[in-house]
Design a protein around this ligand. Structure first.
Ligand code: AMP
Length: 404
């Protein structure tokens, strides 16, 4: 079985073609700057294997349809491809950012589902239109191949109202559906399942805190296999400090900035999403650059690192408290998997509440591999568990297709 996974943004399409028997990636790539005067395509076949080959192109890509046509061409052409014909693709899994309250599971795409995704656009105006363009293009270009929508919000739909409701007037929830939704759900679900496997426990009996630290950062509290709380909110701006996003700030900040700096709501939103977080504090949004600056004695970079890690500590503590007992804390994504300093700083004070990091194991952990980094006596295990959102989207797609 071969599944094509598409992650369509407003001006980009990321893709992977997976062989589900071998659980291997046959091809992957990125089409960028769709709709601009010059676009870019990066394509790999057999990535991560000894046969890996990379192809890069600069060319105008007018719209998503042109982009996806290019992808299909690349994966089927003899010089760059991995399959002879699109008929070898058994299904397409689409990452859709917002499923609102309508979608709590991956769903086979039909006309009603498309309408359902459209209905969520007010909640994700920057993200859902790209996902929809991906679905509509796939339906046109690959007729007969079934499409499945996999929602970033779905895993968090099991949160109880006391976790997802904000303390604001009730009608803002009933009229506009303003509530906590949470994102990165596919990653949190995948990592929590991997955690259960590692512990040798059924997923339904596993409780853990999943800590996704990448470009975007979020955390989830998982109790007996179900998400009961998560750090992102109505939008992916809430919670942890991120590369360019502030995470939690005083909600009165907008009014303060409008009054004292004359900024518009749009300008403030842009500052908090694009010019804040690590970048806002020290000018760098990549954690590797921040470590380089810290080594040179840059105090802003040092403080940004401390603020980032303190927020992680605070959320882990909060979630251990609401879980009332947890099996493990699981670090994942670019920073979580690769950065021993961030893990050490984030966990340093958690020994008092049962999670004891082993400094030696943490520092010597191989990059990006499943590793236990707590001491043997730690009541709560601490793991590095690499995430794989594409594999999870493909697996969920396959499951939906098998149960049709
Ligand atoms: P992701 O969104 O999961 O791809 O994570 C991307 C982020 O991970 C980058 O912006 C970096 O901040 C961080 N990252 C990647 N590799 C490393 C590394 N070796 N050490 C520290 N941070 C890293």
């Amino acid at each position: 079985m071969k599944i094509l996974v598409l992650n369509s943004g407003s001006s980009s399409v990321k893709y992977q073609l997976l062989d589900m028997e071998a659980k291997s990636v046959l091809a992957s790539g990125l089409v960028e700057r769709i709709g601009e005067s010059m676009g870019a395509v990066k394509h790999k076949r057999f990535p991560g294997s000894s046969r890996e080959e990379t192809f890069s192109y600069e060319e105008p890509i007018a719209d998503h349809a042109k982009g996806l046509t290019r992808v299909v061409g690349l994966i089927t052409a003899p010089e760059t491809g991995v399959i002879a014909d699109v008929s070898e693709i058994d299904g397409i899994g689409h990452r859709i950012v917002h499923g609102g309250e309508s979608f709590s599971a991956p769903t086979l795409v039909d006309a009603a589902v498309i309408e359902g995704i459209k209905a969520q656009i007010p909640l994700a105006p920057l993200h859902n239109p790209g996902g929809l363009a991906g679905i509509e293009t796939a339906l046109r270009l690959l007729p007969g191949v079934p499409n499945v929508a996999v929602f970033d919000t779905a895993f968090h739909q099991t949160m109880p109202p006391e976790a997802y409701r904000y303390a604001i007037p009730k009608e803002l929830y009933t009229e506009l559906k303003i509530r906590r939704y949470g994102f990165h759900g596919t990653s949190h679900f995948y990592v929590a399942k991997q955690c259960a496997k590692l512990l040798g426990k059924p997923f339904e009996q596993t409780s853990c805190v999943t800590v996704h630290l990448g470009n975007g950062c979020s955390m989830a509290a998982v109790k007996n296999g179900k998400c009961i709380d998560t750090s992102m909110g109505l939008t992916p701006l809430a919670g942890l400090v991120m590369g360019t996003r502030s995470g939690d700030v005083d909600p009165a900040l907008h009014a303060f900035l409008a009054d004292n700096k004359g900024l518009t709501i749009r300008e403030i939103d842009s500052i908090l999403n694009k010019r804040s977080g690590l970048k806002g504090m020290c000018g760098h949004n990549d954690m590797r650059d921040i470590h380089d600056r810290v080594a040179e004695g840059d105090h802003d970079a040092e403080l940004a690192l401390k603020v980032f890690c303190r927020r992680v500590t605070q959320y882990i503590g909060q979630y251990m408290a609401v879980l009332g007992g947890t099996d493990a804390i699981c670090f994942t994504a670019g920073i979580g998997e690769n950065d021993p300093v961030v893990r050490q700083l984030s966990c340093a004070s958690l020994a008092a509440i049962g999670a004891i990091i082993d400094a030696e194991r943490n520092m010597s952990a191989p990059r990006g591999q499943v590793t236990e980094i707590s001491t043997p006596k730690s009541p709560v295990k601490i793991f590095i568990l690499p995430t794989n959102e594409e594999l999870e989207i493909a697996s969920q797609t396959l499951e939906v297709l098998a149960n049709r």
